[in-house]
Design a protein around this ligand. Structure first.
Ligand code: AHG
Ligand code: MN
Ligand code: MN
Length: 331
């Protein structure tokens, strides 16, 4: 069987489908290479002393893990000099990172959650990297304002999962493909050419410990799931919560499901970040035939007002996401 690598896939998207420019292809390849290097660091774990806290807080006031800091640096260094970027923004940095004057600048903006699932690093559970690519508006300085574009403007989005195998999921706006890292060859091999999320599901993902803080529509839906076969939904549901969005979303891409981190009384604006988590995942999920809303609005239509904005997230199998969103609209 012919093995197709990430580069070959992107060249084909560029040549035959016309959805990828040469610059965007090279940019994605650089991000994917950085993910390989993060994957290597992750897999060495305690051997190289990369577990544990870094002793600092990020802009959101969350304690940074050593791997949060290392991953952020790997991505910045890999992408600085390639010439495809106008600037980068990261969950781990308060302000956008400008491309140093000594390097050429390009037309794209890169956004990233360098290490997603930090609470799972030290317990050897899957973690990952999420990224999103926007175009820098022409003639505009790539400051914070330039990044504040709705997710519908993303030209590419993807994420890596550092799990039993290392996986890269990617969309360039023409469906979703999955690649597996072949460590011996050092290449990303196309293993899932067309990922599609089934419209129906009997599996939900939510942090149940937040139940007392939830809004009425979320309580209604989860209670209906828990009621199983004899309840209004007429089937038994299963629950999964990895607490790494990358792993939870990858499961949904693999076999369907609904993932929720809604706004609630404790997380008034939501827990997850619009620009680094919700938007890239929403693009991927929609491109795979699923849906993504904040309860009342399509996530990709949300107009951001600040870089580190948070948002409620309900995404996955279309019919189930529409049901929960309908409950919000009903009242
Ligand atoms: P990060 O490690 O980048 O801060 O993101 C963690 C996120 C996400 O991956 C996960 O879905 C969620 O936080 C888990 O939150 P709880 O610990 O509240 O369950
Ligand atoms: Mn995250
Ligand atoms: Mn993170």
């Amino acid at each position: 069987m012919r093995r197709i690598t990430l580069t070959q896939y992107l060249v084909e998207q560029q040549r035959e489908k016309g959805v990828v420019s040469a610059e965007l292809r090279l940019l994605i390849e650089v991000v994917a290479r950085a993910c390989k290097s993060i994957s290597n660091a992750v897999s060495k774990g305690a051997l190289t002393g990369i577990l544990g806290n870094a002793g600092s807080d990020n802009v959101q006031g969350e304690a940074q893990k050593k791997l949060d800091v290392i991953s952020n640096e790997v991505l910045l260094e890999a992408n600085e000099w390639g010439g495809h970027l106008a600037a980068m923004a990261s969950e781990e940095m308060e302000h956008p990172h400008q491309i140093p004057n000594r390097y050429p600048r390009g037309e794209y903006l890169l956004l990233m959650d360098p290490l997603d699932g930090s609470s799972n690093i030290d317990v050897n559970v899957s973690i990952g990297t999420i990224f999103s690519v926007l175009r820098c508006p022409e003639g505009v300085t790539p400051d914070e304002q330039a990044f504040l574009q709705p997710g519908s403007k993303q030209v590419a989005a993807g994420f890596a999962v550092y799990g039993p195998s290392t996986i890269l999921v990617l969309t360039v706006g023409n469906g979703v493909a999955g690649f597996t890292l072949d460590r011996e060859l050092g290449s990303w091999v196309l293993t899932e050419p067309k990922i599609e999320i089934p419209a129906d599901t009997a599996e939900f993902a939510i942090n149940m410990s937040n139940r007392r803080n939830w809004s009425a529509p979320i309580i209604r839906y989860i209670d209906e799931c828990l009621a199983g076969k004899t309840g209004p939904l007429g089937k038994d549901y299963n629950m999964r919560w990895v607490a790494s969005m990358v792993a939870d979303v990858y499961r949904i891409l693999s076999r369907g499901g609904i993932f929720m981190y809604p706004q609630d009384a404790k997380h008034k604006e939501g827990r997850l970040r619009l620009m680094y988590e919700a938007n890239p995942m929403a693009m991927i999920v929609e491109q795979a035939g699923g849906a993504a809303t904040n309860g009342t609005q399509r996530i990709l239509d949300v107009q951001p007002t600040k870089l580190h904005q948070r948002v409620g997230v309900i995404l996955g199998s279309r019919n189930e996401v529409e049901r929960v969103t309908g409950y919000h609209k009903a009242g």
